[in-house]
Ligand binder design. Structure first.
Ligand SMILES: Cc1cc2nc3c(=O)[nH]c(=O)nc-3n(C[C@H](O)[C@H](O)[C@H](O)COP(=O)(O)O)c2cc1C
Length: 364
């Protein structure tokens, strides 16, 4: 027997489906009235919605409830706040459609359940049922669509030596989160993907076609890693174009063996990096990079003026927090070079070569 809450949830389903279908078809109409400014469009929408809502209230005989609500200051304030938010939402939606960002707006609605889930968990402390996690997985399919774009990116000799594993299984995600415990923010990302280098398929081609694989050396690993990196970068570009935020996670390789076991990666397939995808908390800023004078070379590689350029660059890159203060102390002139020198003063993933060899690669 469904409980009262389950009843209202079941009864609410057609309304949710109806609302999403309506929002999905709305762009067709909005394109027809493209000349109407967004604010005016929303104003008309409010104006026409009001009599409709009043009629519904009259039919449902809810007039008294409305008067009760309108006589309560707290309810009025809450209604004002939610009306302002939905108003902003409508205007943004209309602007998005009118400026040809239909795909981005749709993806926004598609990812809505992920955001609602996250808010429910973080703000209201709600716990998710298996069914709800299933719904989240469905929304994650929208994120997965971007993978098609990333996998269309160029690859070395069209060998296509890269794959993406989209993590949707709750237990698997929890296990990966646990491996990334010192980067706890990753657990909050709505979607996690793992970009892998894959030289295995190529070797299979040689078996299928009866040809010797005569390139069993470092280049085989290197090409697969580069292909995976290109796919990763392409994914980030596509996702950011749609207003999503991404952060690659090479820390996933800290325990490459375990990641490989969890994802069932066979020989000659290895994890390159994870990619956390979600909504950015704030607008991304482009970090200033080293000047082109030291990174763009004309005809011949050169290092003239490198040390001065690094010192100048350090001054443009102040850090909020210093790395490994317990080992290296506080540095009043802390900048990019000190941060990077401190980072690599400690061993990172020293066992990765051995892992890659165990995966069957020859690194000579
Ligand atoms: C290949 C790659 C691996 C990364 N791995 C991690 C990681 O393990 N943990 C992390 O917090 N950030 C990681 N990042 C994010 C970067 O440290 C950096 O925050 C991000 O690229 C944005 O930096 P920017 O401000 O320099 O553009 C990685 C970035 C890239 C491109």
């Amino acid at each position: 027997m469904p409980t009262g809450a389950e009843h209202s949830r079941i009864e609410g389903l057609p309304f949710i489906l109806g609302a999403h279908a309506f929002w999905g078809l709305m762009p067709l109409y909005l394109v027809l009235v493209k000349e109407v400014p967004p604010i005016e469009f929303v104003a008309w929408r409010i104006l026409f919605t009001l009599p409709l809502c009043l009629a519904i209230l009259a039919i449902r005989k809810q007039g008294a409830e409305i008067f009760r609500a309108l006589s309560d200051r707290r309810t009025i304030l809450a209604l004002l706040a939610s009306s302002a938010m939905i108003g902003i939402n409508w205007v943004l939606y209309v602007v998005a459609i009118q400026t040809d960002h239909v795909y981005a707006a749709s993806l926004g609605y598609y990812i809505l359940p992920l955001t609602m889930m996250l808010l429910g968990m973080l703000v209201l402390g709600e716990r998710m049922s298996t069914l709800q996690w299933g719904a989240v997985a469905l929304a994650a399919v929208g994120v997965a669509l971007l993978a098609a774009g990333a996998l269309a990116a160029p690859t070395k000799s069209d060998l296509q030596q890269r794959d993406i594993v989209l993590v949707t299984d709750v237990t698997l995600r929890a296990a990966l989160n646990a491996l990334l415990a010192d980067q706890s923010w990753t657990a909050k990302a709505p979607a996690l993907l793992v970009f892998c280098g894959n030289n295995r398929r190529q070797r299979r081609l040689h078996e299928l076609r009866g040809r010797p694989f005569a390139n069993d050396h470092l280049d085989a690993f290197f090409n697969a890693a580069v292909d995976a990196g290109i796919a990763l970068a392409s994914y980030v570009t596509a996702a950011e174009t749609m207003g999503l935020g991404c952060c690659p996670i090479s820390a996933l390789r800290n325990d490459a063996e375990e990641v490989s076991r969890l994802l069932g990666l066979p020989d000659h397939v290895f994890p390159l990096a994870g990619l956390a995808v979600g909504w950015p908390v704030r607008e991304a800023v482009v970090t200033p990079r080293l000047p082109l004078a030291v990174t763009l070379h004309e005809d011949r590689y050169g290092e003239e003026g490198l040390d001065t350029a690094i010192a100048d660059y350090d001054r443009q890159r102040p850090y909020d927090a210093q790395r490994y203060v317990e080992d290296f102390g506080e540095d009043p002139d802390y900048g990019w070079s000190e941060d990077k020198a401190r980072q690599y003063a400690k061993p990172e993933r020293a066992g990765f070569g051995a892992f890659v060899r165990r995966k069957g690669f020859c690194l000579d």
